[in-house]
Design a protein around this ligand. Structure first.
Ligand SMILES: Cc1ncc(COP(=O)(O)O)c(C=O)c1O
Length: 367
């Protein structure tokens, strides 16, 4: 039986093109041989052009969370003060990561749907001896993008503070220039804006972060030990058996990205997001994040006020073959999330919005 692929408009994973699926079905190769070295190098080169970096980009077999874990296990020291803006589910996980390795998180909170002000972040930097800052660029639970990295990174640079960024849910969707911004570590994952299959994460590391990681007196993880990861990276390998089919899939996804062009891809996603936000406005549906300036391009979150969200999601899936996502964490019942991280363009988004319009009408729309 051939299973028809649904249109996944969740915040990743995405519906994959045939080309990527076929690439993952290639015969398995020896991960210590020349063929793998070439594959690894090709993927790293492709990633560098999306990360916009000259830094090494390490390939980790493990989802985005493994990439974030790798950062904490190696680049944040026990007892170190690390500043974390906390404004949603994923920023909350960053705080948990810091606590797990015995670091001292300096948390600057804002309510969900907003971001902490630059002033509050600056005063936290001034009043605490922080050695690093960890920012989630796109908070997937609330649909908020932290568009102040440039400002925060320039404060950090003046004080010798390292800047770590999680771009898991929007690299390849929202413009992000790792080197220009002066970001020391950037973490991304395969299954969202980079157009690949689920299961890999990628971590770029600057020279000064690399030095700090290698000098860490207490790297606790055996599997995610950066010293080993770096040593094997130099010969285009990973310390342990990598997920070869996923890496093949990723190589193909990066090839497609190259063909489309980075600028074009960013433009396509911006246009998709514009169409979706305009639709919500026309239906009088309230967008969750408060201020337009940080509305996310990759995850559009709206309030369920007057909408039977469960019914809406079920009907969209069963009658139109489109999947969107429930709210996340404490927003599960209050909001719905639309992912805009895949291969869809104008035609697919029009189909989605027409379907959504019909479903809303059928279930009594908004009250
Ligand atoms: C911002 C952010 N960080 C980290 C993660 C964790 O990634 P994964 O589910 O690939 O482990 C996600 C997943 O959605 C995310 O959106």
């Amino acid at each position: 039986m051939v299973q028809k692929a649904p249109m996944l408009l969740i915040p990743g994973p995405i519906t994959l093109p045939e080309r990527v699926l076929k690439a993952m079905a290639k015969p398995i190769i020896n991960h210590r041989g020349e063929e793998f070295h070439t594959l690894y190098e090709k993927v790293e080169e492709g990633l560098k052009s999306v990360f916009k970096t000259e830094n090494n980009v390490y390939i980790i077999s493990g989802s985005g969370t493994a990439g974030v874990d790798m950062v904490f296990q190696n680049f944040v020291y026990e007892g170190e003060k690390i500043l974390i803006p906390d404004f949603g589910e994923f920023t909350g996980r960053i705080v948990e990561n810091a606590l797990k390795i015995g670091a001292e998180p300096v948390v600057v909170k804002s309510e969900w749907g907003c971001i902490p002000s630059l002033g509050s972040i600056m005063s936290a930097v001034e009043n605490n001896d922080v050695e690093s800052i960890f920012i989630v660029h796109n908070e997937t639970s609330t649909g908020v993008t932290f568009r102040l990295i440039d400002e925060v990174a320039s404060i950090a640079r003046k004080r010798g503070i390292l800047v770590f960024v999680d771009t898991v849910s929007d690299l390849g969707v929202e413009p992000f220039y790792t080197d220009e911004l002066g970001v020391d570590i950037c973490v991304a994952a395969s299954q969202k804006g980079l157009g690949g299959p689920p299961g890999l994460s990628f971590v770029s590391v600057s020279g000064r972060a690399l030095e700090k990681g290698l000098k860490n007196p207490r790297r606790r993880s055996f599997y995610l030990d950066f010293e080993k990861i770096h040593r094997f990276h130099l010969r285009r390998e990973t310390p342990f058996t990598p997920a070869v089919p996923l890496i093949y899939g990723m190589a193909e996804a990066l090839e497609i990205l190259k063909e489309e062009g980075y600028e074009e891809r960013v433009k396509r996603h911006a246009e998709n997001a514009r169409m979706i936000y305009e639709f919500l406005e026309s239906e009088n549906i309230e967008v969750f994040p408060r201020d337009k300036e940080y509305w996310s391009t990759s995850v559009i979150v709206f309030r369920n006020k007057g909408i039977n969200a469960e019914e809406m999601i079920r009907r969209l899936y069963e009658e139109h073959g489109i999947l969107i996502a429930r709210g996340m964490g404490k927003l599960r019942n209050e909001t719905t999330r639309i992912g805009n991280v895949g291969y869809e363009g104008r035609v697919e988004i029009e189909y989605f919005l027409n379907s959504l319009r019909k479903v809303l009408k059928d279930i009594g729309g908004k009250s």
